[in-house]
Design a protein around this ligand. Structure first.
Ligand code: SAM
Length: 223
């Protein structure tokens, strides 16, 4: 019995495309050097359906299995920059999707927990993250309730749109922790940052308009 040997193609062509993508993100305001280095290193094409690898370094969202999307690179960079993670931070991602955002967080040295409600995506993302060597802990379930058994977290990032989950999730932050989530209706959302300053003191700020697929679950949308 032989172990399966995976070959992940990360050619000079893809590295070059990644560099150009990251330069375009910098021109749009991404300045955090750790986010930049992580996005230079993670092979985004590998989190795409193979037939569409040529599209992987466009700054655009793209359809994946289950009627979902892999987020636009600018959105990934923007949310990750807002998280302002320190190395070794414990982070929860809600909405694993393709696994790409989780890979970026892991490449930054975070201890990553990620939860997805669609089983097909959960399986495929867990497998790809393992193949690429990112030690992400992936869970199948309703992320609208967070993941209290693995908290508290230094950072929580929600990558689908919800009415307003902040009240349910902010208690799963450590003091000094940051929650980044798109809040709004199903047409568009404001990017919200909640910082836990001290025990029961939080600061809420808004950071521009975005458009995400809906977060479906107990504290999200029903469909
Ligand atoms: N972060 C992902 C990536 O890097 O590819 C993109 C996420 S996609 C925009 C949103 C994801 O949230 C979808 O995969 C969707 O199935 C998932 N989702 C929706 N409701 C959820 C819930 N209650 N719990 C966990 N995941 C959920």
């Amino acid at each position: 019995m032989y172990a399966k040997i995976y070959t992940l193609e990360d050619s000079y062509k893809y590295k070059g495309q990644r560099k150009r993508l990251v330069e375009s993100l910098q021109s749009k305001g991404i300045t955090d050097e750790r986010v930049i280095q992580a996005m230079l290193s993670v092979p985004r094409h590998f989190f795409f359906p193979e037939a569409f690898w040529s599209k992987a370094y466009d700054d655009a969202a793209f359809p994946i299995e289950g009627g979902q999307t892999i987020s636009q690179p600018f959105t990934v960079a923007f949310q990750t920059q807002l998280l302002a993670l320190k190395p070794g931070a414990r982070v929860l991602e809600i909405g694993t999707g393709s696994g790409y955002q989780a890979a970026v967080l892991s490449a930054m040295g975070a201890e990553v927990y990620s939860i997805e409600r669609v089983e097909e995506l959960f399986r495929s993302a867990a497998e790809k993250l393992k193949e690429c060597g990112y030690p992400v802990n992936v869970f199948l379930g309703d992320g609208t309730v967070g993941l209290p058994s693995k908290g508290p977290f230094d950072g929580i990032i929600v990558t689908a749109a919800a009415p307003d989950l902040a009240e349910h999730l902010k208690v799963q932050l450590k003091t000094g922790g940051r929650l980044v989530l798109p809040v709004g209706d199903q047409s568009f959302q404001k990017m919200v940052l909640i910082e836990r300053l001290v025990d029961n003191k939080y600061r809420r700020t808004e950071h521009g308009d975005f458009k995400f697929v809906p977060l479906i679950g107990k504290y999200g949308w029903t469909n």
